[in-house]
Write a protein of this length. Structure first.
Length: 364
């Protein structure tokens, strides 16, 4: 599962990517610095993992991860191929969620492709290009479906109606995620199209150091503009975060954060947000060899969760031994949880809950 960083050129996308992944993508003060997408595998900050480590004292600790993709800046006309647009739009299509970076700071030394700072205009520029690309995809599909619908094919007629709803919404300037389609039709007809504006989105407001704690007036404008979108808005000072990651020791980084009035880097909040945006959650395994966070989709069953460790675990699943995270912390060890009768044995139908500590019994 991948989240893609998108936005206009020079809004701080590659700098943000470097903060998240320490992959050192090239970032500079000119458009199209990034052409090929950069991919980073980023650890998901999770204080629960640290608490389990303190109780178990394992040989190693392995956090959950999420893939972040730094996609080159889009410009007006991208849907028609401007600024290498088709390639970049193709890169976005391959991601599962969008982190839309908006410039929310003034700095005369950093050029803006449109000559002034206006995050709402910038958002609309990107939205229009993504919507136009989706409209192109819907039109192509609609042409094919119409022919089948004319023959009296009931399923094709139903699909045609859904596609017309999408077309009308896109032409009215709506993103697909904001167009009302019933859930069954969405699963059957909309999801297979992999439309870009159907992907969940988080708006990332890139502020200056003065706005790192409370945001600024630009951030408030963004929040008001996206209020109807059911999208999350977060803000962080990307340039300042980049400076923090350059510091050599943890103590130095903590001192810098405290001086700013922050309890943790904004990038940690963003990574957790991306994880949630991708509809992912975590369960843990805890033993002396390792304490590990495993990533599963929300709603995964116990056998599916076991299959993340190894496909044989899912095929030969017998049962899962489950301890809730809160019980593990309260009693302090697996043995004490068992003594208190708080370990549960769950079968194939069990839906894993975020934070469950699990052992699997299986037969191959």
């Amino acid at each position: 599962m991948k989240a893609g960083i998108v936005g206009l050129p020079n809004v701080g996308k590659s700098t943000l990517f470097n903060c998240l992944s320490n992959a050192k993508a090239q970032s500079a003060n000119f458009p199209f610095c990034t052409i090929e997408p950069n991919i980073g595998v980023v650890n998901v900050p999770d204080s629960r993992l640290e608490k389990l480590e303190s109780l178990v004292s394992p040989e190693k600790v392995i956090p959950a991860t999420v893939e972040i993709v730094d996609i080159a800046g889009l410009v007006k006309g991208a849907s028609k191929g401007e600024g290498l647009g088709n390639q970049f739009l193709g890169n976005i299509r391959e991601t599962d969620a969008i982190l839309h970076v908006l410039r929310c700071f003034d700095n005369d030394n950093i050029v803006h492709v449109d000559g002034s700072v206006d995050p709402i205009r910038d958002k609309e520029t990107i939205d229009i290009e993504l919507q136009l690309k989706d409209l192109e995809s819907v039109d192509k599909k609609l042409d094919k479906v119409k022919r089948a619908a004319k023959t009296g094919n009931k399923d094709a007629q139903k699909e045609e109606a859904v596609l017309i709803t999408l077309k009308e919404g896109l032409e009215a300037g709506k993103s697909v995620r904001a167009i009302i389609v019933n859930n069954d039709d969405k699963i059957e007809y909309v999801k297979p199209l992999q439309l870009i504006t159907d992907k969940p989105v988080m708006y990332v407001c890139n502020v200056d150091e003065d706005g790192a704690v409370n945001g600024n007036s630009y951030v408030e404008k963004v929040k008001a503009a996206v209020a109807s979108e059911n999208a999350e808005v977060i803000f962080l000072a990307v340039g300042t975060e980049a400076d923090i990651t350059e510091l050599e020791t943890f103590d130095e980084r903590q001192m810098f954060l405290e001086d700013l009035g922050l309890s943790e880097p904004g990038s940690a909040k963003l990574i957790r947000g991306a994880y949630k945006l991708l509809n992912l959650e975590t369960y843990f395994t805890a033993g002396v060899k390792e304490v590990r966070a495993w990533t599963i989709p929300v709603g995964a069953t116990a056998p599916q969760a076991a299959g993340v460790i190894h496909t044989d675990f899912e095929k030969g699943f017998i049962r899962a031994e489950v301890i809730s995270y809160s019980d593990y912390i309260e009693y302090g060890s697996e043995a004490k949880v068992k003594e208190a009768g708080k370990m549960r044995v769950e079968g194939k139908e069990y839906t894993v809950k975020d934070g469950d500590v699990m052992h699997f019994r299986f037969n191959v």
